[in-house]
Design a protein around this ligand. Sequence first.
Ligand code: TXA
Ligand code: MG
Length: 345
Amino acid sequence: MFTKHVLIRTLAESSAEINEAAALIRCGGLVVFPTETVYGLGASALDAHAAEKIYAAKGRPSDNPLIVHIADPSEADALAYPSDLYYRLARAFMPGPITVILPKKELVPDSVTAGLKTVAIRCPSHPVANALIRAAGVPIAAPSANLSGSPSPTTATHVKEDLDGRVDMILDGGAAEYGLESTIVRVMEDDSLLLLRPGAITLEDLRAVAERVEISSAVLGALKEGEAPQSPGMKYRHYAPKAPLFLLDGNLISIKNFLAEQNGRIAYLSYEEDADELSALSVSLYFLGKQNDKREQSARLFSLLRKVDKLHYDAIYAPLPSTDGMGMALYNRMIRAAAHQIISL
Ligand code: TXA
Ligand code: MG
């Protein structure tokens, strides 16, 4: 398949291309588009066959459901049974980096929800995503636009590495603002929330809107042997670099001493402040950002993992992040990329 690449500078200059992408979506085609979190691989959410093509293009297991993207929070009414709590979340956080799981209506095909009775709803804030959904006139089902098993793409270059020749069009809207996927919450029957995947909308943010927020056990730990996942995506090992990644739980001096003892070609994903202390080591340093700037670290993490992975290190090390604020999202992605290998120093 030939993939058309389009650089979007401004919406006004690119309206012809966005209309072309929207027409492709309506005809059952696959279009990659930017969002504020990561790039999405989109198809009409009302077309069962088009949604099936997404799984094939990504190499995604067919039991892992897709998120349905809408242009306005009220469009959830046509697809699902939104509760009052959904609308409170929508007023607080939409459009923006949050996905809400709701009981689904018949209209949504089984291939979108992988046969589940619930559907994941998200209203992205990225202007190109919003313009595309409006122009298409249908909700857009989209997982992250990476091949299954590689990190979510935060630039159109990452998308091209994974999906060139597998999709009809790629809309390049520059680097993603947040760089980690949306926060996913499930609205429970008793009006509590279950946090399934942390993101830029933090636990603290959610607790300001909902009285009760539970954290799924898979967010900060591994699923136990035989434990049923609350979200199908939890079963799969994600974002795993080829070289083993280890997270180091310790202070800078203990990390320095530990790295000094390692042999082979080693990469360390460092905080910027630690550069001077670590620069004498025979370790390649890559910078996540400032230690307290979780937003910056989140925006860089996946891009760094892709870059470091191409250089065939023997091992990659990174500091274990704290779990407050957006740290929880970083922690969740990093323990999965590290297959839960944490070294206490
Ligand atoms: O930021 C994001 O959410 C990006 C952009 C493109 O919107 N999308 C994204 O999609 O990260 P994906 O498919 O890579 O991750 C969606 C996750 C999967 O782990 C899936 O199992 C879960 O959402 N999910 C989808 N529908 C669900 C449902 N009905 N119940 C529970 N989990 C669901
Ligand atoms: Mg994904």
